[in-house]
Write a protein that binds this ligand. Structure first.
Ligand SMILES: Cc1cc2nc3c(=O)[nH]c(=O)nc-3n(C[C@H](O)[C@H](O)[C@H](O)COP(=O)(O)OP(=O)(O)OC[C@H]3O[C@@H](n4cnc5c(N)ncnc54)[C@H](O)[C@@H]3O)c2cc1C
Length: 287
């Protein structure tokens, strides 16, 4: 398995990278390479050029800015998993990173790559979607901010335009009265999600004031389970209301099935079960 021939560029500034993308419109950005390189080896992707982001300073790191946790696009899963800032302000992200791939994948894979790739079975798309984050991108027209609800638009497709580079993700810090959990049914070999569900719950006087639930694995791209969210809104949070909301989680979702991993019926079942578990765990974690 060898990739097709390609040019390789290693720019040392974002401006240089953006210029290279302008000059090579068919080029692909290279981050951790743990999705792109396998796709190239299988000839599912044959970009004529790669623009490697790894030598560009300032694209990785984690910092707190007001009520947002800002994570640079080239920050690795490992950096997220071991970050005290993440554990303190958005603990679900660090906890969920424990179940992404294996050690090698976590050492190489990046936050920006996982979001820009929009893998239908990726973990971060659902987690970042449930967290209500926003994404910053730089492109030929300058910088723009994309709300995460508008970011995932299809399988392996995002709102990023040709020539744009995702530079950072901004996640609202989890305040008092909120809890979140990510639960996945992993494929036993790859650890990708057959189905994964992330739930973020805001509670006041034991009433659900806010719920964001996002599903991966079951749909073509990370999607919110809005029927379940609405079913929970304004309800007392207990096992019965959570079960009733979880039953409605598949409503409005286009759930996929395949012969290799799981049928549509089985994935639909998993969406209900994992939504209930994620909601129960999120409520347990409310601080
Ligand atoms: C064996 C194995 C197991 C895995 N298991 C899991 C798993 O359990 N869960 C999971 O979620 N993932 C899993 N992955 C995928 C892994 O997490 C990927 O590395 C990650 O999703 C993509 O990040 P990357 O940095 O490697 O991106 P790359 O592979 O470098 O790039 C992926 C795509 O995103 C684009 N891109 C990358 N960065 C940017 C940017 N900053 N701006 C614009 N476009 C960009 C690239 O051009 C490319 O199209 C697994 C991978 C392997 C090989």
């Amino acid at each position: 398995m060898f990739p097709a021939t390609f040019e390789y560029y290693a720019p040392t500034s974002l401006e240089e990278a953006l210029n290279l993308l302008r000059q090579n419109p068919e080029a692909k950005v290279l981050a951790g390479g743990h999705s792109l390189i396998p796709a190239m080896k299988l000839r599912l992707a044959t970009p004529p050029a790669l623009v490697d982001l790894r030598r560009i300073p300032g694209l990785s790191g984690i910092r707190l800015e007001g009520d947002q946790l800002v994570i640079g696009a080239m920050t690795t899963y490992y950096d997220v998993q071991t970050s005290e800032l993440v554990r303190q302000h958005v603990p679900v992200l660090a906890e969920a990173t424990d179940v992404v791939g294996d050690l090698q994948v976590r050492n190489w894979g990046t936050v920006g790559g996982s979001l820009a790739h929009s893998d239908p079975a990726g973990d971060y798309p659902a987690i970042i979607l449930a967290l209500g984050a926003e994404v910053r991108a730089r492109g030929p027209q300058g910088e723009r901010t994309i709300p995460i609800d508008q970011f995932f638009v299809g399988m392996f497709t995002t709102a990023l335009q040709p020539g744009e580079i995702l530079t950072e993700v901004r996640i609202p810090v989890m305040g008092p009265g909120t809890g979140a959990a990510y639960v996945k049914f992993p494929h036993p070999a790859s650890r990708y999600a057959v189905v994964g569900v992330c739930a973020v719950v805001g509670r006041e006087d034991n009433i659900c004031r806010q719920a964001r639930i996002a599903v991966t694995g079951a749909t073509l791209y990370a999607t919110r389970a809005t029927a379940a969210e609405q079913a929970l809104q304004g309800q007392t949070l207990n096992a019965d209301t959570i079960r009733a909301a979880a039953e409605r989680a598949p409503e409005g979702l286009t759930i996929t099935g395949d012969r290799v991993f799981a049928s549509e019926e089985y994935r639909t079942h998993l969406v209900r079960v994992l939504t209930r578990r994620a909601l129960m765990a999120a409520v347990e974690k409310i601080r």
